[in-house]
Structure formats: structure tokens, C-alpha cells
Design a binder for this molecule. Structure first.
Ligand SMILES: C[S@@+](CC[C@H](N)C(=O)[O-])C[C@H]1O[C@@H](n2cnc3c(N)ncnc32)[C@H](O)[C@@H]1O
Length: 163
């Protein structure tokens, strides 16, 4: 598969998983967490499909398209491992969707980052909340894997739900 095909499938999987998570959590009250603002692509999609929800964003910097910059009050700016403890204290288990897209381009580094961050992020998830991650997540107490949306190949994206 060409790198172009691979990139397209990754983005299709991300879009399908976020939309599936939005549908599955429609009946729950809570906010959305976006880990990795990047250029704001998935943040923009989340605020389009979940216009009624607060979206709280984590990144070490703001380098997004000017139309996709979250308001200051919804931004935890800085290294994730410094901002997460404050977010847990301030937000508690109030999220119904968490999207992890903090990949660095290096597979091993990205997996290590997500493996370290995921248990802390789990502390922000309400009952029934869904975690969507581009990197695999090892088993975390209280989270069970979900089947992927139709047409999305195993391993392209990962979805877990807090019981
Ligand atoms: C792949 S990009 C996100 C792409 C974005 N979701 C989009 O659709 O445009 C990954 C982002 O994660 C951020 N990131 C990586 N490691 C981080 C860390 N330890 N703390 C905070 N942000 C981090 C990077 O700064 C980068 O903006």
C-alpha cells in the first residue's frame, strides 16, 4: 500500500471512530478531550459534530490553523505529563470522549507516550466514556475494547469504553 493510501485510511479510521464515539455517547452528559491539537483538523471535526459539548484541548504548543484555535479557557498548554495532574484535579471524571492523537511520527516513541499517558487520561473518563487512540493501549482496569466501525481494519485505530 502506498503511503498516500495509508494516510487516507488512517484519516478515514479517525473520522469513523470519532463519529462512532459521538453516536455511542449521545445520551451522556460531559465534555470532550482532544489530546494533540496539531493543525486542528480533528479538533475542528469534533466541534462540528459535537457543537453542543465543551471540548478541552491538550498540546504543548498552539500551531493550529487560525480558525481552529480553542478558547484559552479550554486549553491545557504544556507538556501532557505536567498538565494532566491539574486537569484531573479540575475536571475529574467528566469526559465522555477522549481522543488521543499525540503521535510524534516515530512508532516506538508514540506507543511509549500513549502507554504512559493513557492510565492518567482514564482518570478523566466518566462511566460509559469512549477513548479513541491512534496507538494501541494496553489493558487498563475499567476499560474494555470496543469493536471498530464497519469497514475499518483492525489496528488502524483503537476504541475502549469505561464500564
Ligand atoms: C499528530 S499531531 C496532532 C494532529 C491533530 N489531532 C490534527 O488532527 O491536526 C500531535 C500533536 O501532539 C502534541 N504532543 C506530542 N507529545 C506531547 C506531549 N508530551 N505533551 C503535549 N502535547 C504533545 C504535538 O505538539 C502535536 O501538536
Amino acid at each position: 500500500m502506498s503511503r498516500l493510501d495509508s494516510a487516507i485510511r488512517r484519516l478515514q479510521a479517525q473520522k469513523a471512530a470519532l463519529e462512532d464515539a459521538a453516536r455511542r455517547t449521545a445520551g451522556l452528559r460531559g465534555l470532550v478531550l482532544e489530546f494533540g491539537l496539531g493543525n486542528g483538523r480533528t479538533y475542528d471535526h469534533l466541534r462540528t459534530i459535537l457543537s453542543n459539548r465543551r471540548i478541552v484541548v491538550f498540546d504543548r504548543q498552539v500551531a493550529a490553523h487560525p480558525d481552529c484555535i480553542p478558547p484559552d479557557e479550554d486549553l491545557y498548554l504544556g507538556d501532557l505529563f505536567k498538565t494532566l495532574p491539574r486537569a484531573i484535579a479540575e475536571l475529574g471524571r467528566s469526559a465522555v470522549i477522549a481522543h488521543l492523537d499525540i503521535g510524534t511520527g516515530n512508532k516506538d516513541q508514540s506507543v511509549a507516550l500513549v502507554t504512559r499517558a493513557a492510565p492518567m487520561i482514564a482518570d478523566l473518563l466518566a462511566s460509559g466514556a469512549i477513548l479513541v487512540s491512534d496507538q494501541p493501549i494496553e489493558s487498563i482496569a475499567g476499560l474494555i475494547p470496543l469493536p471498530l466501525p464497519d469497514g475499518i481494519a483492525d489496528g488502524r485505530i483503537h476504541m475502549l469504553q469505561r464500564t
